[in-house]
Design a binder for this molecule. Structure first.
Ligand SMILES: Cc1ncc(COP(=O)(O)O)c(C=O)c1O
Length: 437
């Protein structure tokens, strides 16, 4: 272990508990550790390394851009920034729209809120967001998030944010036993909340369209209903695609599974935008929002927004997704992953629910009792046996992502099919060892 243990403040953990390996390199879905071991990455680190590690095309683009121009202020133009914006507008079909570049996901969401509030002349308008969502850990992004870990630190009301219940079909907050109905009721709750405040006081709705790192995968009925309900009330809809974008849910952007009926007014991006190989986020806005901003000063901006090195990485990443057919690959492998996980559920009663699989993102929810659906530990605590399983997997050279009672399976889209099968076989063994039936 390096000196980092005693010199760096690490996020989302007690400093005394930090005990992670040091990574010195990687290739494809594999990470190379300082001690010489190789670890198969089944979480794409933080569900962001969609292209795997050290994708050669992106590495080459960063190198070449560094030799030409490392930095120019975003008040001036930069060629890779223009190229990337054009590609994002094309991929999203936001013809006549615009792209605002950010440093990552949290500030993409913060900027999206500022942009829509300004564009629609509601500078302090209410934001409708969702419980058990994650939008980032800057202050406004924490307020938008319905994340149990941050509740004590933030007052969403004071920041103009209100939360509604999520489309959590396995434990439907609206009491429905039917997934599609649960999705519709969750969408209706958004409409009711808008009506409660009055549409003139609400700036926008911000939601993760399909899957979220808090383990919710929305039923198919949800997103089109959210879109219909917000449109009926003329309320802009922001799709937070920071995690679900770039193939993670089997499409470039998860809302695209619903076609034009699912088109939001703005989308926020980060993570897979550069395959996580440079920090970058983006807000893509519709033609209408762009037009509304054309003649007023946009009151926002950070020094490094639209950094040329990051934008060059973004351009190369999109080329890499396209060349590798990785969006389709994710859709195909995701369907197989969901089938394999359902087979695991048949053998391991600790698995209460299997969700996802539109792309390479699936969730296993572990329960103490499958019939009563009693959680293995109160959310968001991680049950000790699951922590032991994760450590045992790592000792065997496989890193799984987890949160609370959930195992999140989200490998890089380039993962070798045999490696994926081997990792699931190991999970099978470890479930039997740590959760004997
Ligand atoms: C849906 C979603 N939005 C926003 C964020 C925050 O992104 P970042 O960590 O780049 O600020 C995340 C990160 O996990 C996320 O999953």
């Amino acid at each position: 272990m390096t000196g980092e243990r005693d010199t760096v403040l690490h996020s989302w953990c007690a400093q005394s508990a930090w005990n992670a390996p040091t990574v010195v390199g990687g290739a494809g879905a594999w990470l190379h550790l300082e001690d010489g071991r190789r670890v198969l990455d089944m979480s794409s680190l933080a569900e962001c390394s969609n292209l795997g590690h050290q994708h050669p095309r992106v590495v080459a683009a960063i190198r070449s851009q560094a030799e030409q121009l490392c930095f120019v202020t975003n008040a001036w133009g930069a060629k890779p920034r223009a190229d990337l914006a054009a590609r994002l507008l094309e991929l999203s079909g936001f013809e006549g729209g615009r792209v605002f570049f950010t440093l990552g996901g949290a500030d993409a969401n913060e900027h999206a809120v500022k942009i829509v509030r300004q564009a629609f002349g509601k500078p302090k308008g209410v934001m409708v967001a969702r419980d058990r969502s994650y939008h980032g850990s800057t202050h406004l992004a924490m307020a938008l998030s319905g994340d149990a870990r941050t509740r004590a630190m933030i007052d969403p009301d004071a920041m103009g944010v209100t939360h509604v219940e999520p489309p959590y079909a396995y434990r439907c907050p609206f009491g429905s036993k039917d997934a599609a109905e649960c999705g519709e009721l969750a969408a209706a709750a958004i409409g009711q909340r808008i009506d409660h405040f009055g549409a003139d006081r609400v700036a926008a709705v911000i939601v993760e369209p399909n899957a979220g790192s808090n383990g919710i995968v929305a039923p198919d009925s949800y997103w089109p209903a959210v879109r219909r309900i917000t449109r009926q009330r003329s309320i802009p809809l922001i799709a937070d695609e920071v995690m679900s974008g770039f193939g993670r849910c089997g499409e470039w952007f998860a809302w695209q599974r619903h076609g034009e009926a699912g088109r939001p007014d703005a989308i926020t991006l980060a993570k897979g935008l550069t395959g996580a190989m440079m920090p970058l986020g983006a807000v893509v806005v519709s033609r209408e929002i762009a037009a509304r901003l054309e003649h007023q000063v946009l009151v926002t901006g950070l020094t490094y927004c639209g950094h040329p090195l990051s934008c060059a990485a973004g351009v190369a990443a999109i080329d890499a997704y396209r060349e590798g057919g990785l969006i389709e690959r994710s859709r195909h492998l995701g369907a197989g992953l969901a089938r394999a996980l359902r087979r695991l559920a048949e053998r391991h009663p600790v698995i209460g629910d299997v969700r996802g699989g539109h792309g390479l993102f699936a969730v296993l929810e572990l329960v103490a009792d499958r019939d009563t659906r009693e959680p293995l530990a109160p959310w968001p605590q991680t049950p000790p046996a699951l922590a032991s399983l994760l450590q045992a997997a790592l000792d065997e050279g496989v890193s799984f992502g987890a949160r609370g009672n959930l195992i999140l399976v989200a490998p890089p889209l380039v993962i070798d099919e045999r490696d994926l099968a081997d990792a699931l076989a190991l999970l099978d063994l470890l479930l039997a060892r740590f959760f004997p039936a």
